[in-house]
Design a protein around this ligand. Structure first.
Ligand SMILES: [Ca+2]
Ligand SMILES: [Ca+2]
Ligand SMILES: [Ca+2]
Length: 283
């Protein structure tokens, strides 16, 4: 597992840029792009909200530290590493791609059993996700984080039960998602109606077909029929389709791209910005 996340681990040593919020809530209304790695130090009971957060280089690693919250409508980075606190993907009024990275690491909660209120969380809300990995698929880690309450989606939207379903794109035969071209090693996370095993945004008989084809098998993820993330396709998974049958039939959830605004703010590497003492960074 460490090999999968060599980039974030290495970059933690060479971190050069940071934005810090010691107290209060702060908002960047314009898109923010960073040329280098960025650490967001957000203290407990404090928050930073970004319209869009991205990197001007291919190697930008975003690290979230301290117990406060980061909210963003869209994050594009090589890696997102949540060491503490929450990163929330905000609804921008439409179902959209909220996170596009090459690797994702969420530090596991060490308490046993898993605490009811995990400290390190990615809240995906109603957003979609792309993880364009290399090497080993992160699917097993993603399922662990869902089961541990460390990846959480809006659980009721559009009047029906909803969830974020992850799958290797190759398992779905997908080559694009939200307009992004996918290679053969990419995981997508789709916000959809619970029970939508084939990721088409509708819960119907085709989803029973997915479960039929893998019934009784040990599998990784909903695209292979495990809708409750317990690792096996059982009658409980059929129950999820049963309870949400027909959801999305009149308004299927399909990927939509959020178009970024033209104006940007650029932070160079080696910049440290404390949002409390240096208000010029507050928009
Ligand atoms: Ca890839
Ligand atoms: Ca479906
Ligand atoms: Ca199951």
């Amino acid at each position: 597992m460490l090999g999968d996340y060599a980039d974030p681990v290495t970059s933690a040593v060479t971190q050069k840029a940071w934005i810090q919020s010691s107290s209060g809530d702060h908002t960047f209304n314009l898109p923010v792009y960073v040329s280098g790695n960025l650490e967001l130090r957000v203290a407990e009971d404090s928050s930073i909200t970004f319209n869009q957060l991205g990197f001007t280089t291919a190697n930008g690693v975003l690290t979230k530290t301290l117990a406060g919250n980061v909210h963003a409508k869209k994050i594009v980075a090589q890696s997102l590493w949540i060491k503490d606190g929450m990163v929330e993907l905000l609804d921008d009024g439409t179902h959209h791609l909220g996170l596009h990275v090459k690797s994702l690491m969420i530090v596991p909660n060490l308490a046993i059993p898993t605490p009811a209120d995990p400290a390190n969380v990615l809240y995906t809300g109603t957003s979609d996700v792309i993880i364009d990995y290399t090497g080993t698929s992160p699917m097993a880690d993603l399922i662990d984080w869902i089961n541990d309450g460390q990846i959480v989606a809006d659980d009721i939207a559009f009047g029906s039960a909803t969830a974020i379903y992850f799958a290797d794109a190759t398992d779905l035969g997908l080559t694009t998602f939200n307009g992004v071209t996918l290679d053969s090693t990419a995981v997508i996370g789709k916000f959809t109606d619970a029970g939508d095993a084939n990721f088409d945004g509708v819960v119907d008989t085709n989803d029973y077909g997915v479960l039929d084809s893998t019934f009784g098998n040990s599998v990784l993820g909903p695209a292979l029929g495990d809708l409750d993330f317990d690792g096996t396709v059982t009658l409980d998974d059929y129950g999820i389709v049963d309870s949400n049958f027909g959801a999305g039939s009149t308004n299927p959830l399909s990927p939509v791209i959020a178009v970024p605004e033209p104006s940007i703010i650029v932070f160079g590497a080696f910049i440290g910005s404390d949002l409390v003492s240096r208000r010029r960074f507050r928009c």
